[in-house]
Design a protein around this ligand. Structure first.
Ligand code: FES
Length: 107
């Protein structure tokens, strides 16, 4: 079966919650997308794809974001933390330990 769709190559997939319990979520999705553009990380070897979710199921410490391929879960996000994640995780390839509450086991 052929599909008339394509996805630009990416390395990291960041899924940020914009659900009703992550009250800053939608604002942070816009902020993250803009920062990825500003940093030139929307393409290239370590391109970051950003999508939003309706709820990631762990609302109490939101806003929440999960980053693949490692399955790194972040909590308590704000613009300053997003900036730290961009520098540490997306630029230095080192997850930001201070806001990481779960790491998916290697498969
Ligand atoms: S609304 Fe964000 S994790 Fe549930």
């Amino acid at each position: 079966m052929d599909f008339d769709v394509s996805i630009q190559p990416y390395h990291y997939h960041a899924v940020l919650c914009a659900g009703k319990n992550c009250t800053e979520g939608m604002k942070l999705v816009k902020y993250l997308k803009q920062r990825i553009q500003d940093e030139g990380l929307q393409e290239g070897e370590f391109a970051v794809r950003v999508n939003r979710a309706g709820c990631l199921g762990v609302c109490s410490q939101g806003p929440i974001m999960v980053v693949y391929p490692q399955g790194i879960w972040y909590a308590g996000l704000n613009e300053a933390v997003i900036d730290q994640i961009i520098e540490s995780h997306f630029r230095q390839h080192t997850p930001l330990a201070s806001h990481c509450f779960h790491r998916q086991a290697a498969i």
